[in-house]
Design a binder for this molecule. Structure first.
Ligand code: PMP
Length: 404
C-alpha cells in the first residue's frame, strides 16, 4: 500500500523535472503518472495493432491488452461487468453519447433534469436534444454556496422526468453533489441518473453500483492517465436497449445494402478505431490509483484545501465561491477579487511558477447564477503539498500589490 509518506510527486515525470512548478490546475488536466506513460510506450512498442479485426498474434495481443484495460476500468468503478465499460475520447464524448443514444428513446414532453452547475459538456448536448426533439429541459438551481439546491427536487422531478444528468462534483466550486438524495428522488418517478464524474475520479476509485446510478462519464487526462481517452459506464440492461450514436467499423452485427444490425454493447458504441494505447495507459493509471490509501490522501487534500481557504478568507474583498467546509467540496477552490481580472491574476502568478486557471471554466450558467462572469480557480491533487499553497497565498499578496 502506497502511503502519503511516499513522495507522490516523484511518480509524475513532468513534476519531477520541474521542482519549482506549483501545479494547481489539476481540475483542467492532471499530470500523467509514470505508470501510464510507461504502459503507453510499452503497448506502442510491443503490441501495436488494431483491435477486434486481426487474427495474427500481434493483433491478438492488442485485443487482449485493450480488453484487459476495460476490465481494469470495470474494477475501478465496481461495475457489474466489463461489457458495461465503453471507451470514448473523453467525458465530453461520453456525455454526448448519452444525449444521443438515450436521447433517442425520449419524445417531446419528456423531461431531462440537469443543473445550473453543469460544465458546458453536460449542458449544451441537452439543449441541442431539446431543440431537436421538443423534450423539456429543467434546471436544478444552486444555493448561494454553489451547491445544487436539492430542496427544489420535489417540484423539479416531475412524473415525465426520464433522466437526471448532473455533475458529481462542480469543476468551479468543488461542491459535491448529494447523489443519494438525487437517486432516491429519481427512482420514485422511474427516471435514470447520469453522473458526470469528470472531477471526481482524480479523488479516488468510484463505486457506480453503490451510487445507484445508471450512467457514469469521465476522462483519462483528469485521473493521471493519457489524453484522448475517456469512459462511459452504463448499466448492461440499459445499454442493450440503446441504438448507437456514432456508426462505422467495429459496431455492426451485419451490413447489407438494405440495412445494418448492431453489435452488442460495448462494441455498439465504439465505432471506428478506439484510443487503444490510451485505454491501456488509462488502465495503468487506474491500477496505480487502486494501490493508494485514499483515506490518507483525502485527509491531506482536505488539509491543503483548508489551508488555502483560510488564507484566501484573510484577503480583503475576496469572494470565495462554493462551500466553506472542506467536507462539502473536493479540493477545488475558486474566488473572485472585484476589480481584478482572473487572467491578470493568473499571469502574475505564472511568473512565480504558479499554474492556475482563470475564466468562466466552461460553466457560464453557473457564473451567471453566482453573479460573476469569470473567476480564478486553484485545484489541488494528490501530488500537491503545503509549499504549493503557501506559494499561492504569497503570490496572491504580490498580485494584489502589483495589480492594485
Ligand atoms: N465535466 C466536468 C465537470 C469537467 O470539469 C470537464 C472538463 N473540464 C468535462 C466534463 C469535460 O471533460 P473533457 O474536456 O475531458 O471531455
Amino acid at each position: 500500500m502506497n502511503t502519503m509518506d511516499t513522495p507522490l510527486r516523484d511518480g509524475f515525470p513532468l513534476l519531477a523535472a520541474s521542482p519549482d512548478l506549483h501545479y494547481l490546475d489539476s481540475a483542467a488536466t492532471s499530470q500523467i503518472h509514470r505508470s501510464a506513460l510507461d504502459a503507453v510506450a510499452r503497448h506502442e512498442t510491443t503490441c501495436r495493432a488494431n483491435v477486434s479485426r486481426g487474427t495474427y498474434r500481434l493483433a491478438e495481443a492488442a485485443d487482449r491488452a485493450y480488453e484487459q484495460a476495460r476490465q481494469t476500468v470495470a474494477r475501478f468503478l465496481n461495475a457489474g461487468a466489463a461489457g458495461e465499460v465503453i471507451f470514448t475520447s473523453g467525458a465530453t464524448a461520453s456525455l454526448n453519447l448519452v444525449a444521443h443514444a438515450f436521447g433517442n428513446t425520449l419524445k417531446a414532453g419528456d423531461r431531462v433534469l440537469i443543473s445550473v452547475a453543469e460544465h458546458h459538456s453536460n449542458f449544451v448536448p441537452w439543449q441541442m436534444l431539446r431543440d431537436r426533439t421538443g423534450i423539456e429541459l429543467a434546471l436544478i438551481p444552486v444555493t448561494d454556496a454553489g451547491q445544487l439546491d436539492l430542496a427544489r427536487l420535489p417540484e423539479l422531478i416531475t412524473g415525465n422526468c426520464r433522466l437526471v444528468a448532473v455533475t458529481q462534483c462542480s469543476n468551479v466550486t468543488g461542491a459535491w453533489t448529494d447523489v443519494a438524495t438525487l437517486v432516491e428522488a429519481a427512482r420514485k418517478v422511474g427516471a435514470k441518473v447520469l453522473l458526470d464524474g469528470a472531477q471526481a475520479v482524480q479523488h479516488g476509485p468510484q463505486d457506480v453500483r453503490a451510487l445507484g446510478i445508471d450512467f457514469y462519464a469521465f476522462s483519462g487526462h483528469k485521473c493521471f492517465g493519457p489524453g484522448g481517452v475517456g469512459v462511459l459506464w452504463g448499466r448492461e440492461e440499459l445499454l442493450a436497449k440503446l441504438s448507437p450514436f456514432h456508426t462505422g467499423g467495429g459496431m455492426i452485427g451485419e451490413v447489407t445494402p438494405q440495412a445494418t444490425t448492431w453489435a452488442p454493447p460495448p462494441q455498439r458504441f465504439e465505432a471506428g478505431t478506439p484510443p487503444i494505447a490510451q485505454a491501456v495507459g488509462l488502465a495503468a493509471a487506474l491500477e496505480w490509483m487502486m494501490t493508494l490509501d485514499w483515506q490518507q490522501i483525502h485527509a491531506r487534500e482536505s488539509r491543503l484545501c483548508e489551508l488555502l481557504v483560510d488564507g484566501l478568507l484573510r484577503i480583503p474583498a475576496l469572494r470565495l465561491l462554493g462551500p466553506e467546509s472542506s467536507a462539502a467540496r473536493a479540493p477545488i477552490v475558486s474566488f473572485d477579487i472585484p476589480g481584478l481580472h482572473p487572467h491578470d491574476i493568473c499571469q502574475v502568478l505564472d511568473a512565480r511558477n504558479l499554474a492556475l486557471r482563470g475564466g468562466h471554466h466552461c460553466a457560464q450558467p453557473l457564473m451567471a447564477a453566482l453573479g460573476i462572469d469569470v473567476c480564478t480557480r486553484a485545484s489541488i491533487a494528490l501530488y500537491n503539498d503545503e509549499t504549493d499553497i503557501l506559494a499561492l497565498l504569497d503570490g496572491l499578496s504580490f498580485a494584489l500589490r502589483e495589480l492594485a
